[in-house]
Design a protein around this ligand. Sequence first.
Ligand code: ASP
Length: 313
Amino acid sequence: MPHPTLQTDAQGRLRHLLTIAGLSRELLQHLFDLAETYMDPLTKSTELQGRIITNLFFENSTRTRMTFELAATRLCADVMNFNVSTSATAKGETLLDTLRNIEAMHTDLFVVRHPLSGAAHFIAQHTAPGVCVINAGDGRHAHPTQALLDMFTIRRHKGDFTPLRVAIVGDILHSRVARSQIAALNTLGVSEIRLIGPQTLLPAATRTLGVHIFPYLADGLEDVDVVIMLRLQKERMDGALLPGTSEYFRLYGLTQARLAVAKPDVIVMHPGPINRGVEMDSAVADGPHSVVLQQVSYGVAVRMAVMSLCLQD
Ligand code: ASP
């Protein structure tokens, strides 16, 4: 019998999605199988008819917010959008008061993005029984649905995870996406996870993460099946961690020439937004190995699957 946690119940069913840590390989594969059933963009399902989903975004978002809204609409849920810049938060309302008020509108599920790590957990601990919370990115901590759609993209291209060598490149220190990807890749049993980046942008404690560190792009990219590029997250940097963006591109920017040492069928991923000419050049971003826009499309199906699992009876 599975041990109940904040995000899974005693039967192992998803109640909230806050982090990848602690989720089983079987649950992830089940979620991907379910996402496959939502892949036709023209087919709607009525399974969330009568349910209310609230997008609670305290931080900017393009892809995540829009694909969550589209996913909820395709499941026939009613959707409310909360935007911090136009809300009463700007007048001093607390997070809990905002939550209680939106709960009073009979919300079944909150999709939460917040600049503070732990915000989604906090909200999940304070919602009324039966109300679900999906973490859409909290500070530097986690972005589980991004990692799930990334894994789904990898599965669609590569099938089996076990032989894969995956490189994550760039600002890993500030990346909630990288933290969730590392957890998911470990759970799915890939052969090797490589972190490539300057020392100043790598987490201090990598020994427990199950990863290999590569300071140079040329060594780290050799024979990899998947390359995940990350944005330099300047909004989360406390000081100058880099000499400059052109210097960064010279050392860590992905170009066609640098990609040549990877496997011939390597796929290149990026969670977006891309800074062209900083983490990769346009020839790679728009090139034959790039699956960046597929990640966005698959994100709808994956987010439908997450909402469906969280709201199952
Ligand atoms: N969109 C991703 C996030 O919200 C990645 C990024 O912003 O660089 O974490």
